[in-house]
Design a protein around this ligand. Sequence first.
Ligand code: GDP
Length: 527
Amino acid sequence: MSLLNEVARRRTFAIISHPDAGKTTLTEKLLLFAGAIQIAGSVKARKASRHASSDWMEIEKQRGISVASSVMQMEYRDCVINLLDTPGHQDFSEDTYRVLTAVDAALMVIDAANGVEPQTIRLLQVCRARNTPIITFINKMDREVREPLDLLAELEQHLGMDAVPFSWPVGMGRSFGGVFDIRRDRMRVFRSGADRVGADSDDIIEGIDNPEIVQRFGDSFERATGEMELLADASQPFDREAFLAGKQTPVFFGSAINNFGVQEVLDALVDLAPQPGSRHALQREVKPDETKFSGVVFKVQANMDPSHRDRVAFVRVCSGHFERGMRLKVARSGKEIRPNNVVSFLSQRRELLDDAYAGDVIGIPNHGVLHLGDVLTEGEALQFTGLPFFAPELFQAVEVADPLRTKQLRIGLNQLGEEGAIQVFRPDAGGAMLLGAVGQLQFEVVAHRLKSEYGVQARMMSSRYSMARWITAEDPKDLKKFMDANAQHIAHDVVDAPAFLISSSAQLRVAQEMYPKVQFHALREHG
Ligand code: GDP
């Protein structure tokens, strides 16, 4: 198959939701419908262990599992679908944001009883900022949930884009009759607890005017038709260009746990979601079907065995064809690597991979050669843009209990910082290193990992800072002037980018007023 065809049949998307909306369930069902049944159990197993543990030793074990199952690949209708899971816990949301940079579309799961929830809103902001096309699945229609019209309105308000329903629910909860497929003018009848894949023909009733529908679903159906008429008048027709530009989202209703509405979502991924597109690098635009390989590290995860300290770098292939054993160059350092035992994430198991194309994700085990944001090429110096780092909102100072371990602490913090587990700031004025996080849990994970992987008993202390802004200025002199005047509040992060550390938003406002030529960034993009 030609490179062009390989690219054209790839779909790479992330599945996002507020915890408990049904992401794990839907993931499992998508795999089931695509025929990758074996993993379905392992998705569940992972979730179960995640819930069972409050103990960090458990996290240690799970990291190994999650490396393998955080990217899933399946074949469906001749397409290769790469599904990237996003960490559920909000304290790991930074990681989630970075995963979103590696996909071409997102599948958003919404709990129909709760509507758009806070965690979803934050994720949506990132999708919006990148104009990522979003497919929406409104889940749990087998429960007493919110009115579908309300849900749609809420969705539009938060998304700032038009929501275009492809299906419409008939009833809900106990009286949930199924969904009407608006485009194909037929109704799919709901059966609770249907454990089968696919549906029998008697689950389908053709035509909105079919008397059988009214007979069976009476009031619920009348109501649904009324709503659909309202929608037909009020809403925009689906426009694929608008969807691809992140201006419209197709909406599906269903019940993942009952296998209901899952097939439609899978088909939408194939029919609607985009194939891998071009990517911006500082130097030029990189097309997916260029013959030369390029890829970007969007996530680094410590591997199972802490004593080996090896990590797996997740690389999104951006162009060309990856073959096991090929020589690759790390654009940042100029170092050459020759990945032989690459980890792939094929549906059934973690196995050796032979080749990959744009849109695919490969895992490269390494000992720290690969950093977050690194670009791999066959030699060309490329730097892709857009890997976000978010200004931390929580800070702790970190010291080592045993001064003889200071060096280990520094090494550990550097590596954890490069991995993106936490942000590490070195104050210009000296003193203890500062850790910056988006969620409290990150500190605990880092303390645990420092101990188990680097043998460092770290002492975390509260810090007076509550905010950081990366600083830049067009004229380096302006930046220097600001840094000199605020030396007590300046620190450098792991890539040596200067940041202004502050304890109140008032302090930030004052600085902005006094130094109009300095820019204060809440987000740092790699590169
Ligand atoms: P996640 O945290 O988003 O991954 O959510 P899960 O997939 O673990 O689902 C959270 C809970 O909702 C679990 O108890 C599921 O069994 C349940 N659930 C998922 N889908 C449905 C559904 O369609 N209907 C109902 N009633 N419950 C569901």
